[in-house]
Design a protein around this ligand. Structure first.
Ligand code: NAD
Length: 495
């Protein structure tokens, strides 16, 4: 016996038909005036004109779905054009948006906030990463294509609020998807401003709005609602242990770019001056906010003092043992209760300048010093804690084996990033195998692992526990196979 559709079903069918009719119309190059925002309690049929900003998760997901249906009709060329606007704005408005991010979050360094937007705009993997595979044989052809998931739910960190959204949006749209972002509350304003600019430009050119949607007042509840929403087909989270755990426990497929605590090993064969320059370049970048940044260094005894001298020559400032102790007491604090009690970086010092940390250590350095360092015991809390501030502990080790094993322990099995400075291929191999990290950089700064001064490409979502690695458009696609039996293949005997 057939049943009449329920009221919500009819509403959603009507919305879908209207969305499809809109999508079937030729793309309007420059609509005179976008549709007015919806009014009243009735769910609107279209969200065009909202430019991606939503108070409500459900509305954001429905708008992103509407945009997804529209994007499908514009093909790969539509994706390419939409992405070109994101790239252009990220580059052209980098100073304004980077300054906004710096003023809102109050962490990191302004030149790097600006540079990150430019780099993500220029180099995030786009449609050029899309490809299909073909199997050709006696029985015909099979083509494997990479299809979009649909609406992706993304969680982004405060450490790179808009750059993460920029990179995610480029790669997710290149894969044919749309996205709803629940940003970190402390970076929500710049996130909203970037998303609004991206959507406005895309809408003006392609007549398609809300490719990137954003929850304007993000909370843990709105993150949970996004995880649960039926319209969200895939989750991508970028953040620390709590959100990584929540995503791994969710019932949906999740791409998890989780925390790191990248160790560095320096052995007796290393070029010490090069190692020092590299450690400073990576660890001081944006005041150590990068998840890939050098966080603790293990140096073999034979070159320990010479390595510390090299750090000084390269411009870092050494703290005396008593200053390290003072800083440690201020910078690493306890959090959680009972069995969950653990040490974390003190929020007030995360992402602050070296000069601020020096003051906390009871000393002073000039404003142009980018990084502080000092000798610590292996059990100093700076070693296991992901500090995200420009002080790096140096631990003296008997030999390379001890350094590699201590590096392994300090990484906590995150399998995120590790760095070695060495010209001994055995030590490189030993460390690479034991730490088993997603990024393993030899003889360069950690940033080389993202193609900055090294080979490869960049993303600020490096999927670690779920294994996708540095994300690309293909990360956000599903495989579909199309098989044609016997015909079409032109190899074989003529009839
Ligand atoms: P964070 O974990 O405090 O916040 C990240 C995001 O998760 C925020 O949007 C936050 O609101 C949300 N969140 C936190 N707990 C949640 C929960 N239980 N459920 C749902 N959402 C939750 O991290 P942060 O300080 O913003 O960023 C720094 C952390 O992110 C570091 O640990 C760093 O290593 C990591 N990170 C990883 C990558 C990577 O590519 N693997 C990139 C950047 C940052």
């Amino acid at each position: 016996m057939s049943q009449a559709p329920s009221v919500p079903d009819i509403q959603s069918i009507v919305r879908q038909v209207i969305a499809e009719l809109r999508g079937a119309a030729p793309a309007a190059p420059a609509p005179a005036a976008p549709a007015a925002p919806p009014a009243g309690p009735v769910a609107p049929a279209s969200f065009v004109g909202r430019h991606g900003i939503f108070a409500d998760v459900d509305e954001a997901v429905r708008a992103a779905h509407e945009a997804f249906l529209h994007l499908e009709r514009l093909g790969v060329e539509g994706r390419r054009r939409a992405i070109a606007h994101i790239r252009r704005i990220s580059i052209d408005d980098a100073v304004e948006l980077g300054t906004m991010e710096f003023e809102e979050t109050r962490i990191g360094r302004l030149p790097h906030k600006i540079e990150k937007l430019r780099i993500l705009g220029e180099r995030s993997p786009g449609v050029e990463f899309m490809r299909s595979e073909v199997f050709s044989g006696d029985h015909g052809l099979a083509v494997i294509e990479h299809a979009p998931f649909g609406v992706i739910g993304a969680i982004t960190p405060v450490t790179h609020s808009l750059p993460t959204i920029t990179g995610n949006a480029v790669s997710m749209i290149a894969g044919g998807n749309t996205v709803v972002v629940n940003p970190h509350p402390s970076g929500k304003r710049v996130a909203a401003e970037g998303v609004r600019r991206f959507n406005q430009a895309i809408h003006r050119d392609l007549g398609i709005d809300n490719l990137i949607c954003l929850v304007a007042e993000p909370t843990l509840d709105s993150a949970a609602a996004l995880f649960r929403h039926r319209g969200v087909k895939l989750i991508c989270v970028t953040g620390g242990p709590a959100v990584a755990k929540a995503a791994l426990e969710s019932s949906k497929r999740a791409i998890v770019a989780g925390p790191g605590n990248p160790p560095v090993v320096v052995d007796a064969t290393a070029d010490l001056d090069r190692a020092a320059r590299s450690i400073i370049a990576g660890a001081a970048y944006d005041n150590n906010l990068l998840c890939i940044a050098e966080k603790q260094v293990f140096v073999v005894d034979a070159v320990f003092e010479r390595m510390l001298d090299a750090m000084g020559r390269a411009g870092a400032a050494r703290l005396a043992p008593s200053q390290v102790d003072t800083l440690t007491a201020r910078a690493i604090v306890w959090a959680g209760e009972g069995a969950h009690r653990h040490q974390v970086a003190c929020k007030e010092l995360v992402g602050q300048d070296a000069a601020v940390l020096a003051r906390a250590a009871g000393t002073a350095v000039s404003a142009d010093v980018e990084l502080l360092f000092g000798e610590t015991a292996p059990d100093n809390p700076f070693v296991p804690v992901e500090q995200m501030m420009p002080f790096v502990p140096f631990v003296r080790c008997r030999d390379a084996d001890e350094a590699i094993h201590r590096a392994h322990a300090s990484e906590h099995g995150f399998r995120h990033t590790a760095i070695i400075h060495s010209n001994d291929v055995r030590n490189m191999t030993k460390m690479g195998r034991l730490l088993d990290t997603t990024l393993f950089v030899k003889n360069g700064p950690s940033t080389a692992g993202l193609g900055l001064g090294g080979e490869g490409y960049i993303s600020f979502s490096i999927a670690t526990p779920t294994g996708e690695g540095v994300t690309t458009p293909l990360t956000f696609t599903r495989q579909r196979r199309c098989t044609l039996v016997d015909d079409l293949r032109i190899l074989g005997a003529a009839e």
